[in-house]
Design a protein around this ligand. Structure first.
Ligand code: HEC
Ligand code: HEC
Ligand code: HEC
Length: 198
């Protein structure tokens, strides 16, 4: 026969383990990578605050200052800075932009319209908690628009389907999209010699 004290102790222990266990499950949930978000942002808005902070957009200059503007890596920043994607926000003030906006029934300034920003900046349409202070929307479509599938922190190489999330006629007409040719147009590889070393 157990004494009252023994019973009280085991009930207490069971209670403590239950608390620890739920704690573990919860903290685990915070870092689980949801399969459905393995594509590119914008899209799913149901992220927790911690997730937003951990994976928020840091901006193109940060990518440059950390790794991507030197000879060993291949000067990706300089290349992309001079490519059309960097101009994607600025182009929203052009006459053509005004015409597209009118056609799409967008009444406000295209540079402030979530409808246009969805494809013309990195992380378009997401709330400010997704962005670090170093992020600048003026830089247009940047590294993280293509290389940062939600919750993927290591290198993510976009596929055709990822490009087509923006290169489609849903809001206005555009050139036919040829994946290989268009990748060539924006090519910014790492130097071959360096690739072999790693
Ligand atoms: C679904 C993504 C998407 C949306 C939404 C979108 N754009 Fe675009 N936009 C693009 C892409 C991609 C290009 C490059 C077009 C190409 O390759 O032909 C582009 C190009 C442009 C250009 C340059 C076009 C040219 O022919 O020189 C303008 C101007 C423009 N968009 C304005 C707008 C405006 C204004 C809105 C909002 C009403 C808007 N876009 C919404 C994806 C989008
Ligand atoms: C419009 C989409 C897009 C943008 C913006 C973009 N990239 Fe890329 N990046 C790609 C694609 C696609 C490839 C793979 C090209 C291929 O395989 O032909 C690539 C390849 C790379 C590679 C080579 C990967 C390897 O394994 O050798 C690096 C490094 C890289 N990008 C860094 C950057 C950085 C840094 C920026 C911003 C300054 C940037 N990219 C902006 C689409 C993009
Ligand atoms: C976040 C949206 C977005 C994504 C993702 C994206 N693009 Fe673009 N892309 C644009 C916009 C907007 C423009 C127009 C910029 C401008 O004219 O200033 C553009 C322009 C271009 C252009 C120059 C216009 C042309 O048709 O020749 C090329 C090339 C291009 N993109 C290739 C790619 C490739 C390849 C990928 C995928 C690896 C990709 N883009 C992914 C938004 C995007």
């Amino acid at each position: 026969m157990k004494t009252i004290k023994e019973i009280a102790v085991s009930v207490f222990m069971a209670f403590i383990s239950l608390i620890l266990l739920t704690g573990l499950i919860q903290s685990n949930q915070a870092i689980v990578i949801p399969e459905k978000t393995s594509g590119l942002l914008p899209g799913d808005m149901s992220f927790s605050v911690q997730e937003k902070v951990k994976y928020r957009y840091i901006g193109m200059e940060k990518c440059a200052s950390v790794c991507h503007n030197n000879e060993d890596m291949g000067f990706q920043y300089n290349i992309m800075k001079d490519s059309p994607h960097s101009n994607a926000f600025k182009i929203l003030v052009s006459d053509k932009a005004v015409r597209y906006a009118k056609k799409a029934n967008v009444k406000e300034n295209p540079q402030e319209s979530p409808v246009c920003l969805k494809c013309h900046i990195t992380g378009g349409g997401l709330d400010s908690s997704f962005f670090a202070t170093t992020y600048k929307k003026e830089d247009g479509v940047t590294c993280e628009a293509c290389h940062k599938g939600a919750f993927i922190t290591k290198a993510f190489i976009p596929k055709e389907a990822d490009c087509l999330k923006c290169h489609n006629d849903s809001i206005h007409r555009m050139h036919h999209f040829n994946f290989r040719e268009n990748c060539e147009k924006i090519a910014h590889p790492r130097p071959k010699a360096k690739l072999k070393e790693t």
